[in-house]
Ligand binder design. Structure first.
Ligand SMILES: [Zn+2]
Length: 136
């Protein structure tokens, strides 16, 4: 067996035995770096952009941020704000037919509040997605 084959075999064996290291995530609320397993992916209103964006929040910060999102959506009639919340969910793979077919914003808002309730209860969780390796 050539040296290349031995190295490749060793590399394959090592990759099977050693799980990849977990990722760490920066919490946008408290600026702490925490394990990905303790991060919640939620929509949060960026006042400068005047729309909902994705935020990563640790266990200590996420409920307050999610409550802020709930309060903003519960009483708004701003169609662009409601649309940005829907765009957040679609970006995370949660598609709402009622939004796509153009149902009235109040109807979409009610369904958004349901989705936020699911995030709050943990029956819906969102992922930060994949990262790609850096080379060089
Ligand atoms: Zn935090």
């Amino acid at each position: 067996m050539g040296i290349l084959k031995k190295l490749l075999a060793r590399g394959i064996k090592r990759s099977v035995e050693t799980p990849p290291p977990g990722r760490s995530v920066f919490c946008s609320g408290c600026f702490q770096v925490v394990p990905e397993s303790s991060v919640n992916v939620i929509p949060w209103c960026n006042d400068e952009l005047d729309k909902f964006v994705t935020t990563y929040r640790c266990e200590a910060c996420w409920m307050e941020a999610l409550n802020d999102t709930l309060m903003r959506l519960a009483f708004t009639e701003d169609e662009s704000l409601i649309a940005s919340a829907m765009q957040f969910f679609e970006a995370h793979g949660v598609v709402l037919l009622e939004y796509r077919r153009g149902d009235p914003p109040a109807a979409v808002r009610a369904l958004l509040l349901d989705l936020l309730g699911r995030l709050r209860s943990g029956s819906l969780t969102l992922s930060i997605g994949e990262t790609t390796a850096l080379y060089g």
